[in-house]
Design a protein around this ligand. Structure first.
Ligand code: HEC
Length: 487
């Protein structure tokens, strides 16, 4: 039981760390860093998508003065568990003319911080009629502003589209949409050289009047020579009657152009990234960086068809593989020049042999034993083969339906980031990634991880020393992530 739980935590934290690779350093702690926690949590937990503070009705009621209407405990209950409010009052909705507030997924710590923020927040008299979204379109390939490009602003009420407005950028690449009602969310889309770039849906945060966006666009290229992998990871665990495999890649487009692909894989859709997956892989799950809509299955795995922007792109997916009682082999072909490759196999059985990588040593990662193999500067076509002998001994060792849990654990922020837009032809939309979003995602993930850790400890699934240490580490990181988000 214990092994299973800590392994899970480890895997989740490993993947979460992978997703924010590069943001880990140690910093001095400052207690004031928690100051804006409540407001930040109010924003990140998407309360702002349904509530304004002092700007009128949205999907839900204006929350200004809500501290006068409810006690702290009542507020916490609303935030943590609206259903409990409905049960206690016997009314649903409580406020006439509104839909019920949907269930939330918020840790008690976070709910308290939000309640304290709502009680304390002072609303500035809001004279302006609405907000402004302004910005510039910059061609990063040629380092110049892009005049005369069409910008579309789409507004939403919840998921429902409520309107569209177009504007052309001025001669210095600028655009502005003014007098935007507070009770909407907005998405900005740019079409450039056949590629479509979109922001996430945005809302005006409490006190925010103007949003300023830099929208980078790139010239296209059909040459993939600049695509490589800086870090590739494969983590393999035994599950009942098979294996569960997580595959993580840090791609890099080292060029200054958008790679739109060259090989046609399905009716005009071009392959941009290629992934090798064993033929009998099942339960393929796209966890980060790729969406099912843009995937085409191939004989050797699958191809992505989303254009690849310059810079890093992290992709995580997972699958399961059945194994015969006698054993089996996983083959993986390296598809791109790969700087570092790391294979971790949970150590439950000695009988694993690997070709194409060096190692096999046992390493301890957060108290868990793994067998580790690695390779450097691997060329495309390089084959890795992982052979499992007599895995029957594993049967019942770990019954891990882990992929779902894993998605839940890192999913909160990631679902938020994946932009699924159906019904459009042409190159797939691109997302504008930012370090800030990574951090926000990380914070959401951390809060969930801490919550999961608490549950695990309460259920006796982890010993106290390990629990305290892990929790302390996560808390320190949470404070740090919060601090960094302030800039
Ligand atoms: C999907 C939309 C939605 C989201 C997201 C949402 N709420 Fe609500 N909320 C509502 C609606 C609708 C109501 C009114 C429900 C009712 O009266 O029964 C409401 C009611 C409330 C109330 C009671 C207000 C009053 O005057 O009675 C509070 C407090 C509240 N929400 C806080 C939050 C916080 C904090 C968050 C973020 C963690 C949040 N809500 C997220 C839709 C939402």
């Amino acid at each position: 039981m214990q092994a299973r739980n800590s392994l899970l935590i480890l895997l989740v934290s490993f993947i979460a760390q992978f997703l924010i690779a590069g943001t880990h350093t140690s910093y001095a702690q400052n207690p004031h860093d928690m100051d804006t926690m409540g407001e930040d949590l109010f924003i990140e937990n998407r309360c702002v998508r349904c509530h304004t503070i002092g700007r009128g009705r949205f999907v839900g009621p204006d929350l200004s003065g809500v501290g006068d209407r409810y006690t702290r405990e009542e507020l916490v209950k609303w935030i943590e568990n609206p259903q409990a409010v409905y049960q206690a009052t016997g009314k649903m909705p409580v406020n006439e003319g509104y839909p019920p507030m949907p269930p939330t997924d918020i840790h008690p710590m976070a709910a308290q911080a939000i309640a304290d923020y709502l009680r304390a927040v002072k609303v500035a008299p809001d004279s302006r009629k609405g907000g402004t979204i302004t910005g510039k379109v910059l061609d990063k390939t040629n380092d110049r502003a892009v005049p005369g490009v069409k910008i579309t602003l789409t507004s939403y009420m919840g998921d429902k589209e409520t309107g569209r407005a177009d504007a052309d950028t001025s001669k210095d690449g600028a655009f502005a949409f003014a007098s935007l009602p507070w009770d909407r969310s907005y998405m900005v889309t740019v079409e450039y050289e056949g590629a479509e770039y979109s922001t996430d849906k945005m809302v005006f945060n409490p006190g925010e009047d103007v949003k300023t966006l830099d929208l980078p666009v790139y010239e296209p290229t059909d040459s993939g020579v600049n695509i490589s992998i800086s870090e590739g990871h494969m983590i393999i665990q035994a599950v009942e009657n098979g294996l569960s495999i997580a595959d993580l890649s840090s791609f890099e487009n080292k060029g200054d152009r958008m790679y739109v692909g060259s090989v046609d894989v399905a009716g005009g859709r071009k392959e941009t990234l290629r992934f090798s997956v064993p033929p009998d892989a099942a339960n393929l799950n796209f966890i980060h960086g790729i969406t099912p809509e843009s995937i085409v299955r191939t004989e050797t795995g699958f191809s992505d068809t989303e254009s690849v922007m310059p810079g890093p792109k992290r992709v995580v997916f997972a699958y399961t593989m059945p194994l015969d009682p006698g054993g089996g082999t996983i083959e993986k072909t390296i598809e791109y020049p790969t700087q570092n490759f790391l294979l971790l196999v949970s150590k439950t059985n000695e009988q694993v042999s690997v070709e194409g990588l060096a190692g096999g040593d046992v390493v301890k990662i957060e108290n868990e034993d793994f067998m580790k193999w690695s390779g450097e500067s691997l060329a495309p076509g390089h084959r890795i083969s992982i052979k499992f002998v007599n895995p029957a001994a594993w049967k019942g060792y770990i019954k891990w339906a882990g992929i779902t849990i894993l998605i839940l654990a890192v999913g909160g922020g990631i679902l938020y980031s994946s932009l699924a837009k159906g019904g459009r032809s042409g190159p797939a939309p691109e997302r504008m990634e930012s370090n800030r979003e990574d951090l926000m995602r990380r914070r959401t993930a951390l809060i969930k991880e801490i919550a999961a850790l608490d549950d695990r400890f309460e259920a006796g699934g982890i010993d106290e020393a390990g629990y305290k240490k892990l929790r302390e580490n996560k808390k320190t990181e949470l404070i740090e992530v919060t601090r960094r988000l302030r800039f």
